[in-house]
Design a protein around this ligand. Structure first.
Ligand code: MG
Ligand code: ZN
Length: 163
């Protein structure tokens, strides 16, 4: 029996403001504060929170993995101050036009499958919230329930879809 359940979360447009393109600079990384309460509520219901994000901008050289790490440190710090713990942040550093095809870039499901295996997650009781069709495709390929939101839409508006 798998022990855990999780809500996997896309990053841009779900946890931080969607800019319409890659977030390249730390100062352009704006955490969506309206999601503090619903994420805390999910955590309190026993869901692990795991981030799954395509960051092909690193492959294009638009920002470094060091800058990406700074964004993720910032995200963790802001969330921890609200009592929200991110279990893991998985990102894909590939882009098919720059460093080849991979199985992690969404709609590929490898990052989700890694998280499911590593944290002993029951996929049938878990979800993936994203703002792109490719997020739903990836989630369902990994056996999760995909939930499509609009970019920057409050997660509170879809909480009723999560048991
Ligand atoms: Mg997104
Ligand atoms: Zn990849």
């Amino acid at each position: 029996m798998k022990k855990n359940k999780a809500v996997f979360l896309d990053r841009d447009g779900v946890l931080n403001r969607e800019l319409g393109d890659y977030v390249c600079k730390l100062e352009d990384f704006h955490v969506l504060e309206h999601n503090f309460a619903p994420l805390k509520a999910l955590q309190d219901k026993g869901y692990l929170l795991i981030v799954i994000t395509n960051q092909g901008g690193t492959a294009k050289g638009w920002y470094s993995e060091e800058t990406l790490a700074q964004m993720h440190d910032h995200l963790r710090t802001v969330f921890e101050a609200q009592g929200i713990h991110l279990t893991e942040i998985y990102y894909c550093r590939h882009h098919p036009d720059y460093n080849g095809n991979c199985m992690c870039r969404k709609p590929g499901s490898l990052m989700l499958e890694k998280g499911v295996a590593r944290f002993d997650i029951d996929a049938s009781k878990s979800y993936f919230i994203g703002d792109r069709e490719r997020d739903v495709i990836a989630g369902e390929a990994a056996g999760l329930t995909g939930i499509l939101i609009d970019s920057d839409q409050p997660i509170s508006e879809v909480l009723h879809l999560i048991a």
